[in-house]
Design a protein around this ligand. Structure first.
Ligand SMILES: Cc1ncc(COP(=O)(O)O)c(C=O)c1O
Length: 436
C-alpha cells in the first residue's frame, strides 16, 4: 500500500521523517526496506533503554495471564514496581511518599498535579513558565506557553500566569548571563506575587520543568530553582516539577530535583517510566495527599505490562549504571558539540546539555534559525540519523539518545553532524555568493 490517506492533519513527526518503519532494535529503527536509522529521538525521550531492550522483553515475556485491565485494583506487579521506584524518587523520607497513577500519558499527570495543588491550597491560580511544555489536553495546554499550540486548540481559560524562565541566550541585552537572567526572573516573580496591582493573586501551584525540553533544552540555573523553592514555601504555593522528559536518568541524575537539591511538593513522571509502555504518575508526600476516593479516576491507570516493564527499566538503569553513563557520554557529546559550535560559530549559537538532555541552538543571528535547523535535521536524516527540533521557532536541534549509548554511537552521530554542518555552511556560502 502506498501512502497513508487516513492520516489526520495534526500528524507531525511523519511529515519530517516520511519513512515507514517496520521494526527496531537497540539504537536503530528499520524501514520497510530494512534500512537502519539511528534513533536519537527515542519517542521524544521515552525509550531510555533504546528499542526492545532484552531486559524489557524478558520481563514482558515472563508475565503469564496478565490482568489486561484492572482500573485501580491492587496488583502484585504494582507493588513490585512501586517498591523499586520509591528509593529513586527525589523525596528525603522514602517512607512518606504517595504515588498516584494517572491516565496513560504525561499530560494526564499534569492534570492530576494541578488538580491536587488546587485542592490542597484552595487556590486555582497557577504560575507556569515561558518555554514550558506540559501536554495537549486542555489543562496541560493551558500551562503550555507555545503560542501557536495554544492558538491551535485552547478552548478553556484557566487562571494561568506565565512568568519568565532564565534563558540567557535569548534574553534582552543586560540579562544574557546566568546570574543576570536569574536575578531578572526572580525579581519579576516576586513583583508578581508582592505587588497588589500585579493583576494576579498568589497562585496555588507553581509548575516548572527544571530543565525545559520542548522549549529548547534550557537549563535553569541552580540558584533559580533553589530560590523558587523558598518563594513557594514563603507564599504557601505547591511546587510541581514536571520531570516527564528530563527524569529517570536522562539528565545525568535520577531526577533533576537531585541535581538542584530541591524537593518538589509534587513530581510528574511519565514517558520512560513504563519501559516503553504508556504510564504516567505523580508522586508527593503524605502532607499533600488530600484526595478523597474517586476524586481523580480513569480507565487506564498503571496497566500491568507497563508496571512490569517499568520495574525492569528501573532495575536495568541501576544495574547497568546508566545514570552514570548518561552523565559521562552526555558530557562527551556536549563537549564535542561545543567544539563544533566554536568551529561553526556563524551558524550555531549555543550548546546546552545536562546528561543526555542536549540541545544545539542554531545562531539567533541567522535570518531564519528555524529553517536552518530544519535543513540540518534533514541533513542528518540523509545520514540515516533521526533527531528532533524544539525551542523558539524550532531553532534547537534536540539530541535524545537512549541512556545505553556507547562512545562509538556518539562518534557516529558527531561525525555525521560535522559533515552536515560542513555541507550546510558551504551551501550557505554558495547562496551568499549567488545572491551577493
Ligand atoms: C516535559 C513534558 N511534560 C509533559 C509532556 C506531555 O506528555 P504526553 O505527550 O505523554 O502527554 C511532555 C511531552 O513531550 C513533556 O516533554
Amino acid at each position: 500500500m502506498s501512502g497513508f490517506p487516513w492520516e489526520s492533519g495534526a500528524r507531525s513527526y511523519s511529515k519530517a521523517v516520511p519513512h515507514v518503519f517496520k521494526s527496531a532494535e537497540s539504537f536503530f529503527m528499520y524501514d520497510e526496506d530494512g534500512t537502519p536509522y539511528l534513533d536519537f529521538l527515542c519517542g521524544a525521550g521515552t525509550l531510555l533503554l533504546g528499542h526492545n531492550h532484552p531486559a524489557i522483553q524478558a520481563a514482558i515475556a515472563g508475565v503469564a495471564n496478565p490482568l489486561m485491565n484492572h482500573l485501580d485494583l491492587r496488583t502484585s506487579s504494582e507493588s513490585d514496581f512501586v517498591q523499586t521506584l520509591l528509593p529513586r524518587l527525589p523525596f528525603k523520607d522514602k517512607s512518606d511518599i504517595r504515588v498516584h497513577f494517572c491516565g496513560p500519558t504525561g499530560g494526564d499527570s499534569i492534570e492530576a498535579a494541578l488538580k491536587l495543588a488546587a485542592i490542597k491550597t484552595g487556590r486555582k491560580g497557577i504560575f507556569a513558565f515561558h518555554g514550558g511544555y506540559h501536554g495537549m489536553s486542555q489543562g496541560a495546554l493551558s500551562v503550555t506557553s507555545n503560542n501557536s499550540l495554544r492558538a491551535a486548540g485552547l478552548n478553556v481559560t484557566r487562571d494561568v500566569t506565565f512568568v519568565p524562565y532564565p534563558y540567557p541566550y535569548r534574553f534582552p541585552e543586560g540579562f544574557q548571563t546566568e546570574e543576570s537572567a536569574t536575578d531578572f526572573c526572580l525579581a519579576q516573580l516576586r513583583l508578581m506575587l508582592e505587588d497588589d496591582h500585579s493583576g494576579t493573586g498568589v497562585p496555588g501551584a507553581m509548575l516548572i520543568e527544571p530543565i525545559q525540553g520542548e522549549g529548547g533544552t534550557v537549563i535553569a540555573p541552580k540558584r533559580f530553582i533553589q530560590e523558587l523553592r523558598k518563594i513557594c514555601d514563603e507564599f504557601g504555593i505547591v511546587l510541581i516539577f514536571d520531570e516527564i522528559q528530563a527524569g529517570l536518568g536522562r539528565c545525568g541524575h535520577w531526577f533533576c530535583a537531585d541535581f538542584y537539591d530541591v524537593q518538589p511538593d509534587i513530581i510528574a513522571i511519565s514517558k520512560g517510566i513504563g519501559g516503553g509502555f504508556p504510564m504516567a504518575l505523580i508522586a508527593f508526600t503524605s502532607a499533600m495527599n488530600c484526595w478523597t476516593p474517586g476524586t481523580h479516576i480513569g480507565t487506564f491507570r498503571g496497566q500491568q505490562y507497563a508496571m512490569t516493564a517499568g520495574q525492569a527499566l528501573l532495575e536495568t538503569i541501576a544495574k547497568d549504571k546508566l545514570v552514570e553513563n548518561a552523565a559521562v557520554q552526555g558530557e562527551y557529546l556536549s563537549e564535542q558539540l561545543r567544539g563544533l559550535c566554536q568551529n561553526y560559530s556563524d551558524i550555531l549559537g549555543e550548546v546546552r546539555g545536562k546528561g543526555l538532555y542536549i540541545g544545539v541552538e542554531v545562531s539567533k543571528h541567522l535570518p531564519d534559525p528555524g529553517a536552518a535547523a530544519m535543513d540540518m535535521k534533514r541533513g542528518m536524516l540523509e545520514h540515516q540519523i533521526i533527531i528532533e527540533r524544539g525551542g523558539r521557532q524550532g531553532s534547537v536541534l534536540r539530541v535524545l539518545p537512549p541512556l545505553t549509548i556507547t562512545r562509538e554511537i556518539c562518534d557516529r552521530f558527531l561525525n555525521s553532524f560535522s559533515d552536515v554542518l560542513t555541507s550546510y555552511s558551504s551551501q550557505q556560502g554558495v547562496k551568499k555568493y549567488v545572491s551577493g
